[in-house]
Design a protein around this ligand. Structure first.
Ligand code: ATP
Ligand code: MG
Length: 723
């Protein structure tokens, strides 16, 4: 596409291939300059594997040894592919395709479908989770958000392992899979999902790989055509290649050997989907002439973080562990990792949110902080805690940015506006201001307001998406002075094609799996109890080792600040029956006596909140465990005694607050907290402070206002300033 015509970031004078090699160490340089034959890079986390291969491609292109269009770079996630494209563009190699296996296969499938199969190319399922939800509804099975994600994961696993719905329960049992729903229910949803897909003439991502492999195997002519186009292959995160992906790679290569793979066997974390590091580790056996390079300098993390990462790997066993390399940090020393123990999960989440607020106050950007957990279901309590602490966050693994309905509508409007605006920019106006305000004006015409809406949930999410689109436009205008609305729409289309969501200025909440390949200044590894890490269903030695590698991936995401935490019971008042992860034994200070003097966060966590006994539903008296229910202080479905009028007045007040402070409304109070306030109608501060979500800071800031509203009066003002 037009990417190749974008100007390079290199000034013309330094426009030489060698400039690309500056900023690489000797081993990385060897990777970058070995452009012929098979190359294998075996190296630990943060040693610059991804950097080495992007520079390799750029060096090859700029030195004229690789034709940009003949190179296919394959990475693991859309996000990583997007970042790679960005880096390649900056390095002057924008014409190179950088894709995931899936997206590369999809392009080929779409292109060759008419010739290979004939007829309409089946449409791709865009919102798999939604289709799974629909399938669930047809089966009369109600799934909450995290169950939906987990069931979707099960369907994906079944397809990658080529398990049909009828065989799923037996296969899942045999593989020791833990599922959120009954196996038969999951199988039923899976079967209905496949049926819905067929009825609508659609295919999903897993079908894409299966069909492409099928076509390449059956049709020599098509295989030849693809091989003529792509002659050089680069694969990142090769330790996690699945047998199906490996098959595709072999079909792409044919009998040629221009293949460069990089990976770290110690980061194999997708064995449960059928992936295996064997292809990486036996690369030399397959290609005896291969150049094998090892990197050990860790450029990402401080010696403190690297020390912990090495310690973790020292305890590892199995084939992957035999290939481990001791990492050597290249960075200045930083703070020691913090180990924090809490009485329960909500206290842990609150403690983590508090520390995050401190970090942000100390100047760490929210976008440079991540909370990583083992399973998606853990996100909820952190979403709540961050919202309560007034910290914006971003859920990774949520629906893709450009696939959201509001974003698509926004893009449509921008395209329309670009067409009617013609080509010229008003030279009198500053580019950034101009493009930003143009975009705002166009989006406003679709119903978007520059101020955040009062509500939380879906409405807020939609508003945030469009706000991100505006930021994206402004960033673009800054990077490309003089760019027009038409240029912007081209850029957005490219990003859309690349599924590259803009970075949102919020704390990232992600599973450890989704964090692969990424890095942040501050990382919080949460829920590190035995049972969650390793997860209970990891039974065999191999499964436990994969869990350890997952923790290693988590630890090595941190550049500077690393906090590892766990809660001793699930719910407040529960029995403290949990223990910290066995993987930390011998690594965390005083492993023998956990909990003793382990950092400020731990102290914050064990701070007593008057929650010594279990929390009971105020309507039916049942013990509450769900975060949302704890907040309401009643079961979700027990009748509410909320004062609707009071709730409305509180919402109006919150809308004003959020506008005045430029904060999303949920950062003032979440809907659930407002409901709980409207139900309790507290008459004094002590009562108000008992409501979950009203911490000391919020009490200071908003207490007077809220109590005034509850008393039926007017709030006095916008509260004290939060220093
Ligand atoms: P992972 O195994 O987690 O995928 P990786 O080996 O791919 O890690 P990169 O992401 O390429 O590592 O690099 C880690 C960090 O170190 C990046 O911020 C990168 O820019 C930086 N880095 C890598 N090599 C160098 C170098 N030679 N000089 C300076 N910084 C470097
Ligand atoms: Mg990498």
């Amino acid at each position: 596409m037009t990417a190749a015509t974008h100007s390079s970031a290199f000034p013309a004078a330094a426009d030489s291939a060698d400039a690309v090699l500056l900023g690489l160490d000797p081993e990385q340089r060897e990777v970058a300059t070995t452009l012929r034959g098979p190359v294998c890079v075996l190296a630990g986390a943060g040693t610059g594997k991804t950097r080495a291969i992007t520079h390799r491609i750029a060096y090859g292109v700029r030195s004229g040894q690789l034709m940009p269009a003949s190179v296919l770079a394959v990475t693991f996630t859309n996000r990583a592919a997007g970042e790679m494209r960005g880096r390649l563009r900056t390095l002057g190699a924008g014409g190179v395709q950088a894709r995931t296996f899936h997206s590369a296969a999809l392009r080929q499938l779409q292109y060759f479908w008419p010739k290979a199969v004939g007829g309409e190319v089946p449409r791709l399922v865009e919102r798999k989770i939604q289709l799974v939800a629909e399938a669930g509804a047809r089966c009369r099975i109600r799934l909450d958000r995290s169950e939906l994600r987990d069931v979707t994961g099960e369907i994906e696993w079944a397809k990658v392992t080529q398990t049909v719905p009828a065989d799923y329960p037996a296969a899942a049992l045999k593989a020791g899979r833990e599922t959120p729903r009954d196996l038969a229910e999951t199988a039923q949803i899976y079967g209905t999902y496949e049926q819905l897909k067929r009825d609508r003439g659609m295919i999903d991502f897993e079908d894409v790989l299966l069909l492409t492999v099928g076509i390449l195997q059956d049709r020599r002519d098509i295989a030849e055509q693809i091989r003529t186009q792509y002659q050089h292959f680069v694969v990142d995160e090769y330790q996690d290649v699945s047998p199906l992906q490996q098959r595709l790679l072999e079909l792409w290569l044919g009998d040629r050997d221009s293949l460069c793979v990089v990976g770290d066997a110690s980061q194999t974390i997708y064995s449960f989907t059928g992936a295996t590091p064997d292809h990486l580790l036996s690369f030399r056996t397959r290609y005896p002439q291969a150049t094998v390079v090892k990197l050990i300098r860790d450029y990402r993390s401080t010696p403190q973080v690297v020390h912990l990462a090495n310690g973790l790997l020292n305890q590892a066993k199995g084939r992957a562990a035999e290939h481990r390399l001791e990492l050597v940090s290249q960075r200045e020393p930083g703070p020691a990792p913090v180990y924090a123990e809490y009485p329960d999960e909500p206290a842990e989440a609150e403690g983590v949110a508090g520390r995050i607020r401190d970090l942000i106050a100390a100047g760490v950007p929210a976008g440079e902080i991540a909370v990583l957990y083992r399973i998606n279901a853990q996100s909820e309590v952190y979403e709540q805690a961050l919202a309560d602490a007034g910290v914006p966050y971003q859920l990774r693994g949520a629906e893709r940015f450009f696939e959201r309905a509001e974003v698509q509508k926004g893009l449509l409007a921008l395209r329309g506006a670009a067409r009617s605006a013609g080509s010229g920019n008003d030279p009198l106006l500053d580019g950034v201001v101009e493009l930003g305000s143009q975009v705002r004006a166009v989006l406003s015409s679709t119903g978007w307001s520059t101020e955040p809406p009062a509500g939380s949930g879906a409405v807020r999410d939609q508003w945030e998406s469009l706000a991100a689109l505006v930021r994206l436009a402004e960033d673009f205008a800054r990077a490309r002075p003089g760019a027009t609305l038409a240029d912007l729409t081209i850029e957005l289309e490219e990003r859309k094609a690349a599924q590259h969501a803009p970075t949102v200025q919020g704390v990232t909440l992600a599973s450890l799996h989704a964090a692969k390949g990424l890095e942040w200044d501050a990382v919080f590894l949460v829920g590190l109890t035995d049972g969650m890490m390793p997860i209970t269903y990891a039974k065999t030695d191999e499964q436990v080792e994969e869990e350890r590698r997952l923790l290693y991936v988590g630890v090595t995401r941190a550049r500077l600040h690393l906090t590892l935490s766990w809660g001793l019971s699930r719910a407040p008042g529960g029995r403290a029956s949990r223990r910290p992860s066995r993987f930390l034994n011998g690594l965390r200070p005083g492993s023998a006596a956990p909990g003793a003097r382990e950092g400020a966060a731990a102290e914050r966590g064990v701070r007593k909140r008057g929650r010594r006994g279990p929390v009971l539903c105020r309507v039916c008296g049942k013990t509450l465990t769900e975060a949302g229910e704890l907040k309401l202080m009643r079961c979700e479905d027990c009748p509410s005694d909320m004062d609707e009028g009071l709730y409305e007045r509180l919402r109006e007040w919150r809308a004003t607050q959020s506008q005045e402070q430029g904060l999303p409304a949920y950062c003032v109070f979440t809907d659930k907290t407002l409901m709980a306030i409207a139900e309790a109608a507290p008459s004094e501060a002590g009562e108000l402070s008992m409501i979950s979500g009203v911490g000391g800071r919020k009490l200071d800031r908003y207490g007077a206002d809220v109590l005034a509203i509850c008393a039926g009066g007017d709030p006095g003002g916008s509260g004290a300033d939060d220093a």
